[in-house]
Design a protein around this ligand. Structure first.
Ligand code: SAH
Length: 221
């Protein structure tokens, strides 16, 4: 039974099923070949419960326990594409590791990822999962994403998988000059995906459109 899970031959994980997802993302405007290749290659069915594996290549968010979700593939692709467009650098900070799907899509495209997640049980499973997939360029930390991860900053890119009412000050501080931050901002049901680029003396902000994420929890609240 368990050996079947990684098997490319079974219907739900077949090349055809994955190609259908990739085609859908292309139709929705994803252009980066690197990103599309990653969406095809990363075995998303291994990031969700076995009971949901048959839905893993649908373009939809799915529950991963602890009230959290695995992000919709289109959103992961869109955020990764936006982060890497013109990306020069090595280090990316990720906030909201969750099951590690976004991490796995991004990992081969950058030198090093530093990833922060507030739910330790989720992080424990994710660490093991990414190791099993042969992904080693990620350093994890249980902690509060509002604080970023000062120790290894500044970062050339920051990607946040949970929505905040405003851009966390610490993340702006930990962004390197020329670096880019991708973050959903706003209240539930009215969030906007925002891209912030740090220039020499100011931050440039553009909107990438409406999105729906779980909240970036404030530990004090
Ligand atoms: N990146 C995941 C999606 C994770 S959902 C994917 O690829 O599918 C968002 C994650 O953010 C959840 O795991 C949640 O626990 C985490 N999170 C919420 N608030 C946080 C905070 N303040 N600090 C760190 N992680 C947080």
């Amino acid at each position: 039974m368990t050996a079947e899970r990684g098997n490319q031959g079974i219907g739900m994980t077949s090349a055809r099923t994955r190609d259908r997802l990739v085609r859908r993302l292309m139709e929705h405007g994803i252009r980066s070949q690197d990103v599309l290749t990653q969406i095809r290659n990363v075995p998303r069915h291994l990031f969700v419960d076995e009971a949901l594996a048959s839905r893993a290549y649908e373009d939809t968010a799915l529950p991963i326990g602890h009230g959290q979700t695995i992000s919709q593939p289109y959103i992961v692709a869109r955020m990764t594409e936006a982060l890497l467009d013109g990306f020069e650098g090595e280090k990316v900070l990720e906030i909201g590791t969750g099951c590690g799907y976004q991490t796995a899509v991004l990992a081969p495209l950058v030198k090093k990822i530093y990833s922060v997640e507030r739910i330790p049980e989720l992080l424990r499973k994710t660490r093991q999962r990414l190791r099993d997939l042969g992904i080693y360029n990620v350093q994890f930390r249980p902690g509060d994403g509002w604080q970023g991860w000062n120790k290894y900053g500044p970062y050339d890119g920051i990607i946040v998988a949970a929505a905040a009412p405003e851009i966390p000050e610490k993340l702006l501080e930990q962004l390197a000059p020329g670096g880019r931050l991708i973050i959903p901002i706003g209240p539930p049901r009215a969030q906007d995906l925002v891209q912030v680029t740090r220039r020499d003396d100011h931050y440039e902000q553009v909107s990438l459109g409406p999105v729906s994420f779980v909240p970036l929890v404030k530990e004090s609240s």
